[in-house]
Every structure is written in structure tokens, then in C-alpha cells.
Design a protein around this ligand. Sequence first.
Ligand code: HEC
Length: 244
Amino acid sequence: MRVLMKPMVILFACTLTMAACSHKGNTPAPATTSAGNNGNNNGGNNGGGNTTVDTGICFTRDILPIFVSNCAIPGCHDAVTRSEGFQFTDYNSIVAKEFVAGNADATELYQKITEDNSDKIMPPPPNSPLTPAQIALIRRWINEGAKNTTNCGSPCDTNKFTYAADIQPIFDKYCKGCHSGASAQKGIMLDTYAGASATANGGRLLGAIRHEAGFVAMPYGSNKLTDCDIRKIEKWVSAGAQNN
Ligand code: HEC
């Protein structure tokens, strides 16, 4: 029963705030495009090596995880529920509705994540609002033209797998929105060492991130983590899931 209640609470919270998703009339502000940087300076190598230093925002690396982990929650803006017709599971769905590339202020989802009124802000309580850093990234991404950049060439070294420096940041980025606080899915907490190590030791973590049969694939409703991130988590678990 406890397990069943959680999705219901979330569904209720989302239903309550459905009106908040509706279009509230346009108050377009002047576009603040940042001339000179088209955000597309991403290099071309996604091979996991240390070959590229990129300076632009990369959609799959920097933006998509924010939406998946905070908005594409079951009962809200996942592919099944599509609350108020908004779905935030991949590039095409994110830019599909009330979205003005080049103008964050005229974009509905940006208005919602920066809403002053606590009855209307997205994500709705009990979920946490986005952080100022996440909001600033989304603003910059939209104002720079909302590019679908995928080859991010993020330097990744599978020999680095300490909990604090390497593992928790992966959970923060890809999992925390659904696995923290009062609304944590299945009671699985991935925002603290206690929760993360309990999940690892419980034996459901690796199967879920490797998308193995018999597990629910994580991150829920989204692409797999990169091979490099999966490898780091595997190494951390097999070394005893330490608090290092
Ligand atoms: C969009 C929300 C969302 C995100 C993001 C998410 N999860 Fe989940 N997670 C869920 C839901 C919902 C369930 C319960 C699924 C079910 O049992 O049907 C779940 C269940 C799990 C389970 C249990 C799976 C099983 O088969 O027993 C693990 C482990 C897990 N999540 C880990 C993670 C990890 C690690 C990440 C990040 C890499 C992550 N989750 C990201 C929503 C999410």
C-alpha cells in the first residue's frame, strides 16, 4: 500500500496543478540571443576519450537529463500521461509545444519553471523546483536556438569511480529528480550515500541501468546512461560501494 500511494500522490499533485500547465497568454519579451556563440561548438567525438574540450551547451549531456529527471516523471510529463499535452522525454517532445527557440521568455515551459506563484510553478510541490543553475542552463540553451546537439565528447575516465567525485554526480544529474525527497519513486533514494549504497547492495541498481531483462530500465523512460557512466557505477559497486 505504501508503494502504491506514492505514484498516486504525485498524480494528485500533478492533477491539481494541471491548470498551471495551460497557456496563460503571451507576454513575449525581446529575444536575448547571445550573438557570436551558436552553442554548437561540440567537437565530433563521443568515443569516451579525452579528445574534445567543448564550450557550448550540449543537449543530450546538459539539458535532457534535467527534463527527464524532473518532469518526465510517471503521472506527469512522461510519454504515457502527457499532462496538459506536454511531454518532456526527448528533444522532439520538449520543443513540440508552446516552444519558441531563441526566446526563453516566450516559451511556456520556461515561464513555468520560473513562475513566482507557488501554486503554478513547475515542478509542483512536493517535488523540488529546479535550481538556479539548471534554470540558467535551460534559458541559455533556448536563447541560443535550442539546438539538438548530441555528440558532446565529454571527457570520461572509467578509472575514476569514487563515490563523492564521480558516482553521486551521475545520480544527481540523471536520477535525483525521481529518487529523492517525499516523492522518491519506490522509496529509492539516490541523493545520499545511505540511499545509494542501500540501492547498490539491494541488487537492483546495475540491472536497472544496464536495461537487463527483469528490471525496470533506468533512467525511467529515457536513454541509457553513457557506457562510461555505467562502467564507473559497475566499478564502484564491485569495489564495495564505498563512501569514498
Ligand atoms: C523520470 C523518473 C525516474 C528517473 C529519472 C529515474 N527513475 Fe528509477 N524509478 C522510477 C520509477 C517510476 C521506478 C519504479 C518502476 C516500477 O517499479 O515500475 C523506478 C525504479 C528504480 C529502481 C528499481 C528497478 C527494479 O527493477 O527493481 C532502481 C534501481 C532505480 N529506479 C534506479 C534509478 C537510477 C540509478 C536512475 C538514474 C540513472 C533512475 N532510477 C532514474 C523513476 C525514475
